[in-house]
Design a protein around this ligand. Structure first.
Ligand code: PLP
Length: 462
């Protein structure tokens, strides 16, 4: 037997059995579609997008086993076999006794907030995801973010930029612990670019909360990606199985909530899991009004089957190695193609710093919008602006734009969907586009809604 060097190429650990044609339209058709959409990529028909990197949510490719599971779904109204299997899988992973399925992440949030928090209370987070924040505020409570210091710089190559700021948390609780009802740790930290949280940070957070008897919940939408980052980056975990790492993450928590549209390879679904018996009874009785009976929670039995299988498949380390390195490969390629990026690359997306790529377009003329429109027009990519269009607003008094802290464009990678040649193609065309970035023009609004304007806005090029 010969000893060969370890291959540098990391392959997709699957082969393809069912294919979906890509939209192969040319630049003229894309230009027409862009003008018709008012330069807003949310208004594009998906059939005119070649690479849909708008989100990694609900866009995963399911496996042959998951599709087979779909046929095995038990559609009994109460106590279906598919629910009992789901309950077992989630309990085994999280260690929690009560498992409540929901139709997606935000319904788990709404049920939890409405049962657990009282008006005027505070819910702390490493950084709350926007629907989490909305559900906290909808329950008349305050959502308070405490991201760690490392997270302020976009270039700093720190291993766990998703962490909560421990010293800020300690200081805050000394004075204000009485009004805090809950802490939600989001793994990976989606709102700061899919950056991971370390085991040490979760453990330390729990230690601090124990003093004040404040519960800790894990928003575990991307728990497997986070666990794999711990294996890669945190001393002492190099040899530990990813499932064991995930189980240890849950072991420091009092409960978990999940949007299963992310790390469960499912197109729809979510859950709540915890041990508190009284809370379980309260939520199960409340959910009947909006989600459905507690053993299906707004899902079909077949969805629960697909979720149970997805939650086990996601822990396959050859998959996670491919996942994390393919996002990293894409990020490096984009950087080498001449675009400034936010580093290190997160688990599910690459962020381009449009403010740095297009320094000639001032923030009030939306450089992120200009870049995302150009990526569609020239490369066929649908991305999303995460800058002043999404996070800023028009000052009602002065009429001036209140700016976002950074002008970013997010390219989210659906799981198991695009191959390396898709990624190589995108990088190649972006490299050809790069010398022309200086000629891109900014935008102004033609129409903007008073809230959540990014979804429906129309723009005019300047
Ligand atoms: C997507 C997401 C949610 C909301 O879940 P939906 O399934 O979209 O309702 C909550 N938290 C995090 C971290 C998410 O990424």
């Amino acid at each position: 037997m010969f000893e060969l060097p370890k291959p540098k190429t990391i392959i997709e650990p699957f082969r393809i059995k069912s294919v979906e044609p890509l939209s192969m339209i040319d630049i003229n058709e894309r230009t027409k579609a862009l003008v018709k959409s008012g330069y807003n990529l949310f208004s594009l028909p998906a059939s005119l997008v070649t690479f849909d990197l708008l989100t990694d949510s609900g866009t995963s490719a399911m496996s042959n086993t998951q599709w087979a599971g779909i046929m095995m779904g038990d559609e009994s109204y109460a106590g279906s076999k598919s629910y009992l299997k789901f309950e077992k899988v989630v309990s085994d992973l999280t260690g929690f006794e009560h498992v409540i399925p929901t139709h997606q992440g935000r319904s788990a949030e709404a049920l939890l907030m409405n049962s657990m928090i009282k008006p005027g209370q505070v819910v702390i987070g490493n950084t709350h995801f926007d629907t989490t924040r909305a559900n906290i505020e909808n329950a008349s409570a305050q959502a308070l973010d405490m991201p760690c210091k490392e997270n302020e710089s976009s270039e700093l190559e720190a291993p766990f930029k998703g962490n909560i700021n421990i010293s800020q948390l300690e200081e805050y609780l000394k004075k204000n612990h009485a009004q805090v009802s809950l802490l939600i740790m989001t793994v990976t930290n989606n709102s700061v670019g899919g950056q991971p949280v370390s085991m040490e940070n979760i453990k330390k957070t729990k230690e601090i909360l124990l003093k004040y008897n404040i519960p800790l919940f894990l928003d575990c939408a991307r728990f497997a990606e986070n666990a794999y980052f711990i294996k890669l980056r945190e001393p002492g975990f190099e040899e530990v199985e990813v499932k064991k790492i995930a189980q240890e993450m849950f072991s420091y928590c009092d409960g978990a909530l999940m949007s299963a549209k992310k790390d469960a390879f499912a197109n729809i679904g979510g859950f709540l899991a915890f041990n508190d018996e009284k809370l379980a009874a309260e939520i199960r009785s409340a959910m009947v009004i909006t989600e459905g009976f507690p053993t299906y929670g707004g899902l079909a039995g077949r969805d629960l089957e697909a979720l149970s299988i997805g939650l086990q498949e996601i822990l396959d380390e050859s998959y996670l190695s491919y996942r994390i390195s393919s996002v990293d490969y894409f990020g490096r390629g984009i950087e080498e193609a001449g675009f400034a990026t936010v580093r290190p690359y997160g688990g599910h997306a690459v962020y381009i710093d449009a403010g740095k790529c297009l320094p000639h377009i001032p923030p009030h003329q939306f450089p992120g919008q200009a870049l995302s429109a150009a990526l569609y027009q020239y490369v066929g990519i649908r991305s999303v602006e995460v800058g002043t269009v999404m996070l800023g607003h028009k000052d009602p008094q002065t009429g001036e734009e209140v700016l976002a802290p950074k002008e970013l464009v997010r390219l989210a990678m659906p799981r198991r969907v695009y191959t390396q040649s898709h990624v190589d193609y995108m990088i190649e065309v972006m490299q050809s586009l790069s010398p022309h970035l200086k000629n891109l023009k900014g935008f102004e609004f033609e129409y903007q809604a008073p809230v959540l304007r990014h979804f429906t806005a129309r723009f005019k090029p300047l």
